[in-house]
Design a binder for this molecule. Structure first.
Ligand code: PXP
Length: 238
């Protein structure tokens, strides 16, 4: 069974658009967990553009199964992670101007730094996953760095347009998943997953968990509209 972790960052984005409390990502977390999700993922960004420190504190209190904190490998975030103690931290590269996480972490280049960083998280009993492109060199470096998991970046697969390109990107993910498992690493996957591209990912036996945000939150908005229109019309017209 593949576990489904829901990234609720986009609920916070919508809330922040008004600078008030609605819609509350904490309520969203409670709803998705009650509906069968296996965990919650949030990315606490340096600029706090969506999830805020307060959200993380409250989430820690309500998420009992698995809280996955995506974060840049900075000293500020290390202090926060050690205090909050999520079940897992997923280390991601972070650029201020990007719209979303653009690529995988360069573990090869930052091996020594990440080794120490991972050790610090392990001292607090936090599992560590590294968000990497499906590239054997990065996976081998993740193993050397002492990571518990890799999260394979599925963005290139999700963005591929032709059957040939889709197959090529999918094959990279399959090979990377096998390679990671052979190194004793757990395998997660995420980025750009939707109803069309999930089934092929679900067939990869090594994948334990997927983290999905944008498409699921977007779909929930669209699918929820008929109900809220009906209710509002009733309130207006009896
Ligand atoms: N995994 C990681 C590491 C991410 O940075 C993101 C995007 O926040 C996701 C998964 C989820 O991607 P999406 O929102 O496209 O489903």
């Amino acid at each position: 069974m593949i576990r489904l972790s829901i990234n609720i960052d986009h609920v916070a984005t919508l809330r922040n658009a008004r600078g008030e409390g609605f819609p509350d990502p904490i309520s969203a977390a409670a709803i998705v967990l009650a509906a069968g999700a296996n965990g919650i993922t949030v990315h606490l960004r340096e600029d706090r553009r969506h999830i805020k420190d307060r959200d993380l504190l409250l989430l820690r209190q309500i998420v009992q199964n698995k809280l996955n904190l995506e974060m840049a490998a900075t000293s500020e975030l290390l202090k926060i992670a050690v205090k909050i103690k999520p079940e897992m931290c997923t280390l991601v590269p972070e650029k201020r101007a990007e719209l979303t996480t653009e690529g995988g972490l360069d573990v090869v280049k930052n091996l020594n730094y990440l080794k120490k960083y991972i050790k610090s998280l392990h001292s607090s009993n936090i599992l560590v996953s590294l968000f990497v492109n499906p590239d054997p060199a990065q996976i081998e470096a993740a193993f050397k760095a002492g990571a518990d998991y890799v999260e394979l970046h599925t963005g290139s697969y999700a963005n591929a347009k032709t059957p040939k390109k889709i197959k090529k990107e999918l094959d990279k993910i399959k090979t990377a998943a096998k390679f990671a498992k052979q190194h004793g690493l757990g395998v997660n996957a995420g980025h750009g997953l939707n109803y069309d591209n999930i089934p092929a990912i679900a067939e990869i036996p090594e994948i334990e968990e997927v983290s999905i945000g944008h498409y699921l939150i977007g779909s929930a908005i669209l699918l929820g509209l008929p109900e809220v229109i009906k209710k509002t019309n009733k309130l207006l017209n009896g």
